[in-house]
Design a protein around this ligand. Structure first.
Ligand code: ADP
Ligand code: MG
Length: 320
């Protein structure tokens, strides 16, 4: 059986040209460019809690970095360096090689250098800490929303939750490939996050469900929100094969999407339409920020706007 050091050398040691010292010493060394702030985030994925034990290791390698990239993107920061803490039940080298491949696929795509980590025996879990840079004072927090701002969402919210429902046999689709890809290989909106600096007033990434995460943005900005039911980007879910009612529930409640939810002034609409074209990424205007801390209303044209029960939506996706 290979030693821990052999495994690290073979699978987790790659050049890190933008670090002063990377894998192999007691700590990594790197420096932030002048005028930049260091942005740091960490996220753990635990078998049985965040993924099924039989999830393909290549996908897990990708996703464990992608979920952290999404957090930095949501601050408008550029990703640079990562550390990886791996807890493995056994030194299954085939599994580790596939995991590392997925991890470095994602790292290469977004310019991240792995500079250190820890490898221990235990229940399967992986924790990435990701370091990035943002021009000092320009990070986009959850707290900057203004009354009257438009609310926008990137991409195709709900597809990952639909993928999970497929795996749980709660829905059956003729072709589940797109939903499963969204679940297993989420695309962090790194370019969009950086491009939104100077445009978005407040932003976060949707990991726990659109309504639940919107509630966090509202709380931090001390505002409420009005969602427009007719503006929700339901088409990808309906094309995948679910009816409109279920599509709406999944879109509002489903987690694991890693899309960006942000507020921006009304006069940025043209800029955002141009940005969506440039990035080839849908940006959909789904409502606005209103006075009234924490209140989230859904307007659907016919009936008067009604409050959305955030917790009700939580329970929809995770019945426990
Ligand atoms: P220490 O005992 O000093 O913490 P370790 O034996 O845990 O050192 O790790 C040796 C080196 O390998 C360190 O530089 C550490 O950052 C790196 N490392 C350990 N595990 C990983 C991993 N999964 N990915 C990347 N680097 C790792
Ligand atoms: Mg160690």
């Amino acid at each position: 059986m290979p030693s821990e050091f052999d495994l690290i050398r073979r699978h987790f040691t790659r050049p890190a040209p933008h670090a002063d010292l990377a894998v192999g010493d007691d700590a990594a060394l790197f420096r932030v460019a002048p005028g930049m702030q260091l942005a740091v985030t960490t996220d753990a994925l635990v078998a049985g809690t965040h993924f099924f034990h039989d999830t393909p290791p290549r996908d897990l390698g990708w996703k464990t970095l992608a979920v952290n990239l999404s957090d930095l993107a949501a601050m408008g920061a550029a990703p640079r360096w990562a550390t990886l803490a791996l807890t493995l039940p056994a030194a299954d080298e085939g599994w580790i090689a596939a995991f590392a491949e997925g991890f470095f696929d994602c790292a290469g795509r977004y310019g991240v250098e792995l500079v250190g980590g820890d490898t221990t025996r235990g229940p399967l879990a992986m924790t990435v800490t990701l370091f990035g840079e943002v021009p000092a004072g320009q990070a986009i927090t959850r707290a900057g929303g203004q009354p009257g701002d438009d609310l926008w969402i990137s991409g195709w919210p709900g597809l990952a939750a639909l993928g999970l429902m497929c795996l749980q046999n709660r829905v059956r689709l003729a072709d589940a490939s797109r939903a499963l890809a969204a679940l297993h290989r989420p695309t962090p909106r790194v370019e969009a996050g950086e491009a939104l600096r100077g445009i978005a007033h407040a932003m976060l990434d949707v990991s726990d469900g659109l309504v639940g995460d919107l509630a966090h943005l509202c709380e931090c900005s001390k505002l409420g929100a009005m969602l427009d039911a007719d503006a929700l980007p339901l088409a990808p879910l309906m094309t995948a094969g679910v009816d409109e009612l279920l599509a709406r529930q999944i879109l509002l409640a489903g987690g694991d999407d890693y899309e960006l939810l942000f507020s921006a002034p009304v006069d940025a609409r043209g800029t955002l339409a141009a940005l969506a074209r440039k990035l080839d990424l849908p940006l959909t205007r789904i409502g606005s920020l209103i006075e009234g801390t924490g209140q989230i209303l859904l307007a659907d044209g016919a009936a008067p706007p009604r409050p959305l029960d955030v917790r009700g939506y939580d329970h929809f996706i995770s019945p426990d």
